[in-house]
Design a protein around this ligand. Structure first.
Ligand code: SF4
Length: 81
């Protein structure tokens, strides 16, 4: 059976909520019985995206409320995994 797991690929200090957040990817690893497939990324999310989605002002593309702003693409990157 394939294994799915969320993994952090980048962290930043987000000015919108004034705290550290993580860009995460949902990885799917092949099963042990069919090991020939390569791991695949099937989704991205911000670790605080759901909370931001409930704010009354536009946040960013990861909250789904401002598709033109990606804080993880800014120069504010504090670390990359
Ligand atoms: S969803 Fe966007 S605005 Fe909200 S915490 Fe994550 S990066 Fe910041």
């Amino acid at each position: 059976m394939a294994t799915k797991t969320w993994e952090t690929i980048k962290t930043i200090y987000c000015n919108r909520i004034q705290q550290e957040v993580a860009l995460e990817v949902l990885m799917v690893y092949p099963s042990e019985t069919l090991p020939d497939g390569a791991p695949q990324v099937i989704a991205h999310r911000c670790s605080d995206g759901l909370a931001c989605n409930t704010l009354e002002k536009p946040a960013c593309m990861w909250a789904g409320t401002n598709p033109t702003y990606d804080p993880f693409a800014d120069d504010q990157v504090t670390s990359e995994a």
